[in-house]
Design a protein around this ligand. Structure first.
Ligand code: NAD
Length: 294
């Protein structure tokens, strides 16, 4: 069993770290926020007094932080404090360039590294059913895989450094666009006199089928577990969808890819998040319905 330092014990990090503990690993965590630290303690996690203390003497260091700038600052702090050869796994969702910089900083300090962002949300983090999309050298991935297995049900190596983040922004661009498409279809159906259930029964088994419809339906009724049934309490907040769509647009600009629908989806979520950042992203149907999604 591995000795693991876990930095960033927020909504995702704390339950992920708790699953590592449950799998028999030795885990020492750290978070800057007193509230997050208290919640992590309630889950049975041991906390260090600083990030450097959390990583000292560990075999593996996992980070689960808000954005690229946090990962860069944290790595600058903790890389010198870890023992040579420690494996660094960053599970945060950050831009591809920042992920590659983090890999380079780790390599310069003599550490192996993997970028391994996740899909599956807080529910998946708690249940240990996340999907990990990983980037990095084959040997580093081989070392990371059994650790990630304690927190997820599907682990995919997507390629070299940054490839996990690349897969994440591509996947979530599909999700943002398809949620708006599904919302538009339900609002059009309402205008045409269709019941939600009738449209769902057809589209969920026909060529309109997609995850936003069948697992996360934006109207109440057809999919009882979807946030639409509990007044759009997230789930996956619109602010996080906007973050991921912005990352996809940064990646498109940097790589020269044309993503006109991704750009439009980002603009729609940007406007929506001015007022509804904390609502689930499927609540975009309210903006479609009231004519403010443009
Ligand atoms: P969160 O804000 O709940 O947690 C982040 C934590 O990092 C906070 O507790 C914060 O105090 C801590 N932190 C920031 N800088 C730190 C530092 N230098 N040292 C120690 N702690 C530090 O966010 P979250 O929802 O847990 O998301 C974490 C990451 O996972 C993000 O990149 C997010 O995009 C991604 N993600 C989130 C979800 C989701 O549904 N919440 C789903 C998939 C991916």
């Amino acid at each position: 069993m591995a000795k693991i330092g876990f930095i960033g014990l927020g909504n995702m990090g704390a339950p992920m770290a708790a699953n590592l503990l449950r799998a028999g690993h030795s885990v020492r965590g750290f978070d800057l926020s007193p509230a997050a630290s208290a919640a992590a303690t309630d889950l049975g996690l041991d906390l260090a007094a600083s990030a450097t203390e959390a990583v000292s003497g560990m075999d593996i260091v996992i980070t689960m932080l808000p954005a690229g700038k946090h990962v860069a600052a944290c790595y600058a702090d903790i890389l010198p404090a870890a023992k040579a050869g420690t494996l660094f796994i960053d599970c945060s969702t950050i831009d591809v360039g920042a992920a590659q910089s983090a890999h380079a900083a780790a390599a310069a300090a003599g550490m192996a590294s993997v970028d391994a962002p996740v899909s599956g949300g807080v529910g998946g983090a708690q249940a240990g059913t996340l999907t990990f999309m990983a980037g990095g050298a084959e040997a580093a991935f081989a070392q990371a895989e059994p650790i990630l297995t304690a927190m997820g049900k599907k682990i995919v190596r997507c390629g070299e450094a940054g490839a996990g983040q690349a897969a994440k922004v591509c996947n979530n661009m599909i999700l943002g666009i398809s949620m708006i498409a599904v919302a538009e279809a339900f609002v059009l159906g309402e205008k045409l006199g269709l019941t939600h259930q009738a449209l769902f029964d057809v589209a969920s088994t026909a060529s309109g089928q997609c995850w936003a419809l069948t697992s996360y339906c934006p109207v109440p009724g057809p999919v009882p577990a979807s946030p639409a049934n509990r007044d759009y309490v997230p789930g996956f907040a619109a602010a996080l969808m906007l973050k991921d769509l912005n990352l996809s647009q940064d990646a498109a600009a940097a790589s020269g890819a044309q993503t006109p629908l991704g750009a439009h989806a980002a603009a729609i979520y940007r406007k929506f998040a001015e007022h509804e950042a904390g609502a689930d992203f499927s609540a975009i149907i309210k903006a479609v319905r009231d004519g403010t999604a443009e």
